[in-house]
Design a protein. Structure first.
Length: 284
């Protein structure tokens, strides 16, 4: 499915004309001006899976944030905008193939990190609560409780539960289920799969940052199936060879000047992996 057909960024000439009107003495930075245009990227034509590849400072994350801002996509984490951001976004142009579904969103590394941090904080709170419940279990199980009034009924139920369960079963029933069972990688993968629904446009900024190679391959399969069977479109920035290898992906190499389309096997990052493992081929 294609929702976003193409996106056009301001040209270097357009940026120059705009910046001539700005009081240069007031600002140290004109971000996002001059970030994308310096690589000659003026237009992106999209496929069901479109990938922006490039090193740090190539502008791929900036491009994704600008597209998301222009489309008014949902996001979980706040990102920094300069004073020039709204004007830059207004200068961008786009064409839709289909209306953007309401469940569409951008997912960044900050979103995933905040999600995992919240789970970690929740786990720490659970650890503290667990100690309290241990004490409740022992107090209830070995108490000589007698029902004296209706107000004591809840305590009676707790006493009866404690006497019918082991300590671990009692504590588990009192706590939130399964939070501890997810590792960081599992939590990150779960975040992606929960946020991405049928029929949506999803922008993913370096999703591999929080995923092991195994989980990256699982995410690759999830994206492939979401495109093939569930009407989704993806715009992704990544260095991951596993994600770059997705069938039918259109890849823009932002390390080239001007930006050029590449096959995934032509990309420097992938070639580096290939050459490294090739040199150790006899050991496999």
């Amino acid at each position: 499915m294609i929702y976003l057909n193409y996106f056009k960024f301001p040209t270097a000439d357009m940026e120059f004309d705009y910046l001539l009107k700005v009081q240069r003495t007031c600002y140290d930075s004109f971000y996002p001006f001059k970030v994308i245009s310096k690589h000659g990227l003026e237009r992106i034509d999209f496929e069901p899976i479109t990938i922006l590849y490039g090193g740090n400072g190539s502008g791929k994350s900036t491009a994704l944030n600008i597209i998301a801002e222009k489309l008014e996509l949902k996001r979980d984490s706040i990102f920094n905008k300069s004073n020039f951001y709204p004007d830059y976004v207004d200068m961008c142009k786009l064409e839709l193939e289909n209306n953007i579904p309401g469940n569409s969103r951008i997912i960044t590394s900050d979103d995933v990190f905040d999600y995992m941090l919240n789970i970690r904080n929740l786990n720490e709170g659970i650890d503290e609560k667990r100690e309290d419940i241990f004490k409740e279990y022992l107090d209830a199980k070995y108490s000589h409780f007698q029902l004296k009034s209706v107000s004591d009924y809840d305590q009676l139920k707790k006493v009866n539960r404690s006497r019918s369960m082991t300590q671990s079963r009692f504590v588990r029933n009192e706590l939130i289920d399964n939070v501890r069972e997810y590792s960081n990688g599992e939590s990150a993968f779960k975040y992606f799969t929960e946020k991405m629904e049928e029929d949506g446009l999803y922008i993913l900024d370096e999703p591999e940052n929080s995923l092991s190679p195994k989980r990256q391959i699982e995410l690759k399969h999830f994206i492939d199936e979401s495109v093939r069977y569930f009407g989704c479109q993806f715009i992704i920035s990544t260095h991951s060879p596993f994600l770059l290898a997705m069938q039918g992906a259109k890849i823009y190499d932002l390390d080239e000047d001007p930006v050029d389309l590449k096959r995934w096997t032509e990309l420097e990052n992938v070639r580096t992996y290939y050459d490294f493992f090739k040199s150790y081929e006899d050991e496999f």
